[in-house]
Design a protein around this ligand. Sequence first.
Ligand SMILES: Nc1ncnc2c1ncn2[C@@H]1O[C@H](COP(=O)(O)OP(=O)(O)OP(=O)(O)O)[C@@H](O)[C@H]1O
Ligand SMILES: [Mg+2]
Length: 350
Amino acid sequence: MASHGIEIRGLYKIFGPRGQDHVAQVRGGMSKTELNERHGHVLGLRDINIAMPAGQITVVMGLSGSGKSTLIRHINRLIEPTAGEVIYDGADICRMNARDLREFRRHKTAMVFQKFALLPHRTVMENTLYGLDVQGVPRSQSRKSAQHWIERVGLAGFENHYPNQLSGGMQQRVGLARALANDADILLMDEAYSALDPLIRVDMQTVLLDIQSELKKTVVFITHDLDEALRLGDKIVILRDGQVIQQGTGQEIVLSPADDYIASFVKEVNRSRVIQARTVMKPAVGTLEGVKVSADETLESVAQRLTRAERSSAIVVDEDGIEIGILDLNTILAAMVNPVGHHATPAGPR
Ligand SMILES: Nc1ncnc2c1ncn2[C@@H]1O[C@H](COP(=O)(O)OP(=O)(O)OP(=O)(O)O)[C@@H](O)[C@H]1O
Ligand SMILES: [Mg+2]
């Protein structure tokens, strides 16, 4: 199934009875506080422009109230925009008629919720079948597909259990199986893992990454956890007060935070898990030998491999196996302890 990206353009959401009337003021720079105090309207989103690439995970991050849920709900139009467009496969979701919207929601999108939203009186199998029932797929077909996804998320043997017989992590696996059974191109996950214990949460991240490496869906994943964002996000978008304040790869955000606010929360990050070999490698000269690592490997991974091989430097190769640089342990250490600086630009395209 060919995947499509999602393109959000000039999106505004102003909550209140006359949102439209205030777009011009907000465009002109009126703040969220002023809009609320003077007009009793709430600024949900201001001029959001994001390209969410096909087949990738876009993470939306921000503190409570920053507009994350408002943003993701525009993608299946659970919320009507005040201005702007959400383009998918050439169509503006915000302008679809009722029938097209219903089709789009049913066949192109699936949601995974924080509270799992499982039906308590239905078994794991029946919960997984739910979306397919709604689509009118006959049970003779849908059972096979549901069984496949139940197994794929690691719940084989639990088909006939009820949600209250399962741990939180297992319930979330059911939520994921149900979403995947829909065969939708877009997966919307609003704080899907936020209620889980830390270790279970990491397990669920692994399940998602594993499935994603095979399915390549267009995933929109909301979190307020930076480690989760860095682990999952091909692209990370940071929202504050309804505005995008930075978007880029995890590495770009960690190496060049757009402002002091972002700098303050990326400070604690384990940089070796984010910075890639190509960013800090030195040019390759002469004949090289030793451990080969790929350009997009993290410094942590390179360091582990060097340690295991009892070597102190690695040869960095690109996707075609061409040697493009060398990376030694000293360079890795330096990159981990020295902030590269707010405005350092990672080398090379990614
Ligand atoms: N239906 C609504 N009516 C009025 N204001 C709303 C409505 N929904 C959201 N808001 C406001 O819009 C802003 C963004 O809310 P939103 O729920 O999108 O934030 P969030 O980033 O998802 O927060 P959280 O992390 O708590 O889930 C907040 O100021 C919120 O109070
Ligand atoms: Mg929310």
